[in-house]
Design a binder for this molecule. Structure first.
Ligand SMILES: NC(=O)c1ccc[n+]([C@@H]2O[C@H](COP(=O)([O-])OP(=O)(O)OC[C@H]3O[C@@H](n4cnc5c(N)ncnc54)[C@H](OP(=O)(O)O)[C@@H]3O)[C@@H](O)[C@H]2O)c1
Length: 272
């Protein structure tokens, strides 16, 4: 199976890193990027076949992963359409671009619809801990669904969503989510330093604490509230911090931020 990444920036590089680490041969992957230094990096790190032309990259691939910015989605789809194999499976990781638009831009002069799976991965895919939501268009066969699922599962967990409308929420939650965790970590490091810890110590404490908390939380049999209660003794130190966060509207602030990301995802197709 040949896999082509059309656009190979941050997210595609994370997926390539994860796939190669999980045993997919870099020689079966091709990637297009405009910057020569990015092409050189991908070639030297992962042994992938690199191209400056999106069309050349996609030509003859079994799976084509659309990973350019949404703003250049249309022009890129129209560029690759004549080069695609008839039975190519298209995975789009682009935020906010509906299947209907992709079908129109990719169909060229075809009479039957292309098989398109929308995916929303995230950057922890580079270390095998990605989270990808998938949605399949009507033309995707059961074996193509299996192919998309196993490809994205190779770099973490994957989950199907039944309604494309849910993709704005998915994008806001798991696509952008790693950034929220890093922002919290940055704030924790800053607070630790203000309390007098050396920078290196504050970083190590923060990174390992969030890693450990996430590892505990990965067991879905344990409610998040219960995990929190286990750290929060009555009248103790954690309770002092959590009460302050709640009194300052922490949950509602996070809710507003996530809804803002979902709104932005919904706006993207209107800007095309
Ligand atoms: N970053 C994330 O965490 C994340 C998570 C989920 C989904 N996504 C989605 O993944 C896609 C890529 O995001 P990213 O963060 O990886 O962006 P990025 O780092 O800017 O990468 C975009 C890639 O597309 C290439 N490109 C840009 N304009 C092009 C054009 N006109 N023709 C051909 N190639 C072009 C860029 O090449 P050069 O850099 O060489 O110019 C680069 O390789 C977006 O649609 C985004 O919604 C991102």
């Amino acid at each position: 199976m040949r896999i082509a990444f059309v656009g190979a920036g941050n997210m595609a590089s994370s997926l390539i890193a994860g796939m190669v680490a999980m045993g997919i041969d870099g020689g079966r992957i091709s990637a297009s990027a405009r910057r020569p230094e990015q092409r050189e990096l991908l070639k030297s790190c992962y042994g992938v076949d690199v191209h400056s032309s999106a069309g050349e990259c996609a030509a003859g691939a079994d799976v084509v992963i659309l990973s350019v910015k949404p703003q250049v989605a249309q022009v890129t789809c129209r560029e690759i359409a004549p080069h695609l194999s008839d039975d190519a499976l298209i995975l789009s990781i682009m935020a906010g671009i509906p299947v209907l638009n992709l079908l129109a831009w990719l169909n060229s002069s075809r009479t039957s619809a292309r098989a398109i799976v929308r995916c929303m991965p995230n950057t922890p895919a580079s270390v095998g801990f990605g989270m990808t939501a998938l949605y399949a268009s009507a033309a995707v066969s059961p074996s193509q669904k299996e192919c998309a699922y196993s490809l994205m599962s190779s770099v973490g967990r994957a989950i199907w969503v039944g309604d494309e409308c849910q993709f704005d929420a998915v994008t806001a939650l798991s696509g952008s989510g790693p950034a929220y965790a890093y922002l919290l970590m940055e704030a924790m490091v800053e607070a630790g330093k203000e309390l007098g810890l050396p920078s290196q110590v504050a970083e190590t404490l923060t990174r390992q604490t969030i890693l450990g908390a996430a590892q505990l939380a990965s067991d879905q049999g344990r409610a998040l509230q219960e995990l929190r209660r286990q750290v929060t003794s009555p009248h103790g130190t954690t309770e002092a911090a959590v009460n302050l966060l709640e009194a300052q509207g922490f949950k509602s602030l996070v809710g507003r931020a996530v809804r803002g990301a979902a709104r932005r995802s919904a706006e993207l197709p209107l800007e095309l």
